[in-house]
Write a new protein. Sequence first.
Length: 288
Amino acid sequence: MKRESAAMVISTTQSPHLLANVTGSVLLVGAGKMGSALLEGWMALGLEPSHIAVIEPQPAPEIAALAARGLRLNPLADTPVAAAAIVIAVKPQNAPEVLPILAPFVGPATVVLSIMAGRTLQFLGQAFPAAALVRAMPNTPAAIGRGITVAVGNARVAPDQHTLVHGLLSAVGAVEWVDDEALMDAVTALSGSGPAYVFLLAEAMAKAGIAAGLPPTLAAKLARATVAGSGELLHRSPLEAATLRQNVTSPAGTTAAALDVLMAKDGLDPLLGKAIAAATRRSRELAG
């Protein structure tokens, strides 16, 4: 297995007009939660609605309203305009029926970016055999601009297309690139599914607090605030997670007593290892 390539990370706060100079149009296919988050992020980074087209059978009122500002909603395939980028944000199971209708919008300079979980570059290549292709895995904190996305491209992706895709993905958080597509299964298991693990932690902490005698409402509030605040501290601090953990832990104190349980041989580390291994295997199964 190849090692991960040197990755680039662009903060949206560092480049507020990252997409302001995009030439050509961006076609978004699917405007559900992730597609809508991308669309909102693109406009925040300076991409004008007149440079965007959206294919969405049931657009939200907010998206439909953008048509008055120049956004093209459900453009007709019989009068297609080749897009600079096509971003596919539909459910993976809908791909076989959706991809064929996109062929008229793919030109020689088009890059196709898929955020469909489990759909490989090989799968995309069957629909777009001559296109520059990028497969990416964002995660749900993208909804608040705090996601992280990992991307991998095929050999046809030119430097300017790489830059364009990086900018599009940076609209919802940090971006990392890898050279080996096989890593995407582990990426899916760690960061793609990872928010669910964190939410489960908050659930489990609240239940444990209730079992220890706290009122349910207070236990839920304490768990939520602790997980959210600790995540923000981890985000802002230059220290490693292990160092932050050690900074909270006084010798022979209450935290140490809890960590003796969580860090036992049958504790959190091996349990998460099994969980991520299971998610990685399932990702490979779904990809075929």
